[in-house]
Design a protein around this ligand. Sequence first.
Ligand SMILES: [Zn+2]
Length: 346
Amino acid sequence: MNPTRTIEYDVVYGHHCSEDLLDSASNKRVLLVTDPQLWDKYGAKFASLEPQVVMTKTMESSTLEQEHAGLQPFDLTIGLGGGMAMDIAKYHAWKGDKPVYQVPTAISVDAMFSYPIALRIDGKVQYVGEMIPEKIYCDFSILQSAPPVMNRSGVCDLLSCHTALFDWKLAVARGRSQMDDALYEKTSKILQDVKDRLQEVYDVTEKGLRMLMEGFRFVAVENYRVGHCQYEEGSEHFFYYCLEAQTRKHYLHGKVINLGILLMSLLQENEVESIRSILQRAGVPIHPDSMGITYDDVRTALRSCNQYVREKGYSYSILNERQITEDFIDYALDVLRCDFDPTDQI
Ligand SMILES: [Zn+2]
C-alpha cells in the first residue's frame, strides 16, 4: 500500500499582499519569470529586488533546458503572470533546487497550485518532476486589474470536474480505476458550488477569486494524496492536449478547456442542457475564432481524439468508450455555432 502523501499550501489573500515578497526576497538573488507586457505593468513594483528577468516563450523541454543553462545563479524564483510564467518559474526552481513564489496576475488556470512540472516534449505533455510553491499570493489589487476574461478563464479547471467525474465513474465501471466515494462527493459539491455562484466568478469579485483558489487548492491536495487527478482532469483536458499537439498553439486555458467541456459533455450525453447554459454564462468565449483557429481545426482534433488518447495512454474516458463519428462532429459543431456566436463575445 502506498503511504498517504500530504501537501500543504501557504496562500496569502489581500490587497497588495504580494508586497510582502519585497521584504522576504530582499538581499536574495531573484529570478523572475514573466512576459514583456506584464513586466511593463509590474516591473517597477519588483524593481527593488533587481531580479534577473526571464520572459516566457514556450514549454518545450529542449528550449527550457537551454534557457536554464544560461541563467546566472539565483536563490529563489518568482512566477509573475499566468500559467506559463508560473510553470516556467516552477521549472527553473526545480532544476536549480530553489524555492518558488507564485504571484498570479490572473487566475486563468490552476498552475499556481499544480505541483507536477508539465513540459512539452515534441508536443506531448510530460511530467518531469514536482515543485510545491513556498507561497502563493492572491493579490486582489493585481488580479482585479487584469482583463475580466482572464480571471473568468480559471473556472474551467473546476467546471472540468463535470466531464472528469463522468469519465472517472466510467473508468471505475470498466475496471480501469478505483472509486473514492468521499472524494467523488466532495468534488461534486465543489462543482455545484461553482455552478451556483458563477456570477461571482463572472464579476471577478473577491469571493469569486477565493472560491476558484480554494477549489484549486482542494484539487491539488487531493491529487497529491490519491496520486491521480481523474476527478478534475478527463476527456475535456485530453481534447485540449490533442488540439494543442495538432495546432502547436498556446491557448488561454479557459477557452480551450471550456470548449472541451462542451464537446465532451455532448459525447457523454452528460446533462447537456445545463452545462451549455453554464458555459454561456461563464463569459469565456469558446468559438474557434476567439482562439485563432478554425472550425476545421476543431473537426480535425475531434477526428483524431480517440486515437490520440489511446496512443498517449491517457486515463480511461469517454474517448476510449465512444467513437467520434462524422455525424457527431456535425452535431457538435452546430451546437458550438448556435450557442457561442462570435458577435456576442469578447
Ligand atoms: Zn487545466
